[in-house]
Design a protein around this ligand. Structure first.
Ligand code: GLV
Ligand code: MN
Ligand code: MN
Length: 412
């Protein structure tokens, strides 16, 4: 059976074009949420959405929607397809952008084919998915589902001292639509896997059935600054050493527990940050994840017990601030099955899998049936400029998204 297919050339060209926006003078791609660079990316996306003849809506938290509807289906709840276009620091070009541009491509394809969808189809680009500049991550989709009040989200303080609200105003993306007013009938997000599983198994399509829980905390350790040369080791209150012990503890604890949990200390800064001064303060972030809520709680408790012990052993004071906490999510089994069936119909190998990364789909799953499609990541690398997916796999994933969307909206 022959299937209509997306315009591969247009999709790949747009991924490349968006990937060129936000490069610094060293050629590194950094499009942090609501930054100048991200504004340019947003403008380009909106340009494409408008050129495709869709209605553009921007809500108060800056989420962008491109809506394809007609007089007959406008009263129906829409199918939303989407992801994000903000990036981490020194990012790859596929994370998030692929899902947004493939969603637009699916709508354009259906439109060009003269399909008449029984529901509106919407492409969504959610604000601040990465959470690098403003915590928590998945903030735009969290607000969309009512998990965080829009006023609180707008007041979020960034790593650079800005507030998200003021930055959205500055870049012209503080929209007027009330967040959450676009309620989905269903939501599907296409994304690169960002891990090694699909490539290792020579499988093109991941039908993502669940997503692990995420716990983010900021830890501050206060010790006493003193002379690096004159202070005997036994007399130190060394905030830097205490911080280093946290990283080691997490690695050894997870290895001992034999769980699939992962832990990352991705940022750390010392005060006064001088070569010959014992750090008086260490501030760092901890990212803990596990697909099982009980295990994630046990890991959080183990960290908390260790920090209390560390205070005694290293003569320091420790405080912890929670930045994000999301429980594991189980996706909609009917959509997962539709992904598998669609892959098989195109002669593509698929497997069910767990998402290790956080995604907007985990938020939308609170209010509507949702699931995700993954395609392979070369060497499992992501959040890195070496992030790469074979163009044939990008096209295959977008075609599966097209087929799943067609099944979900009912079209003629
Ligand atoms: C988002 O990319 C995350 O999983 O941190
Ligand atoms: Mn992403
Ligand atoms: Mn990411």
């Amino acid at each position: 059976m022959s299937h209509p297919s997306i315009n591969a050339e247009r999709l790949l060209a747009r991924i490349g074009e968006l990937g060129a926006i936000g490069r610094d003078d060293r050629g590194q791609l950094t499009r942090l949420a609501a930054s100048d660079a991200e504004k340019l990316g947003r403008d380009r996306l909106v340009g494409w959405i408008e050129a495709a003849g869709l209605d553009v809506a921007v809500d108060r938290i800056g989420n962008i929607f491109g809506i394809w509807s007609n007089r007959d289906n406008a009263e129906q709840l829409p199918l939303i397809l989407g992801s994000h276009i903000d990036t981490v620091i020194n990012a790859g070009i596929y994370d998030g952008c692929y899902g947004v541009l493939a969603a637009l491509e699916v709508i354009e394809t259906l439109k060009e084919q003269g399909s008449i969808s029984e529901r509106p189809i919407v492409v969504a680009a959610f604000t601040n998915e990465e959470g690098v500049r403003y915590a928590p991550d998945m903030l735009g989709s969290l607000v969309h589902v009512g998990g965080l009040a829009v006023e609180a989200a707008l007041a979020t303080l960034g790593t650079d001292g800005t507030t998200l609200g003021s930055e959205l105003v500055r870049i012209g993306y503080a929209g007027s639509v009330e967040p959450g007013s676009l309620k989905p009938h269903a939501y599907v997000e296409l994304h690169i896997e960002q891990g090694p599983v699909l490539e290792r198994e020579a499988t093109t399509i991941g039908a993502v059935e669940n997503l692990q829980g995420i716990s983010w905390q900021r830890v501050t350790i206060d010790g006493v600054a003193n002379h690096a040369g004159t202070t005997p080791m036994a007399m130190r209150c060394d905030a830097g050493l205490a911080a280093a012990r946290v990283g080691l503890f997490l690695r050894e604890h997870i290895a001992r527990s034999n769980a699939p949990s992962v832990a990352t200390i991705g940022t750390m800064r010392f005060e006064p940050n001088a070569i010959n001064v014992i750090p008086s303060r260490a501030v760092f972030t901890v990212d803990l994840r596990d697909p099982d809520e009980d295990r994630l709680r046990m890991l959080e408790a183990a960290l908390s017990d260790f920090l209390r012990r560390l205070e005694q052993e290293e003569h320091v004071k420790i405080s912890v601030e929670r930045l994000a906490r999301f429980e594991p999510v189980i996706f909609d089994s009917a959509i997962v099955e539709a992904i598998e069936v669609s892959a098989t119909a195109r002669g593509l190998r698929s497997r069910r899998m767990t998402s290790g990364a956080g995604h907007d789909a985990q938020m939308i799953a609170r209010i509507a049936p949702a699931a995700m499609i993954f395609v392979p990541s070369r060497n499992g690398i992501s959040h890195n400029p070496r992030e790469h997916t074979d163009p044939a796999d990008l096209v295959a994933g977008a075609n599966v998204l097209l087929d799943v969307a067609t099944r979900l909206v009912g079209s003629r």
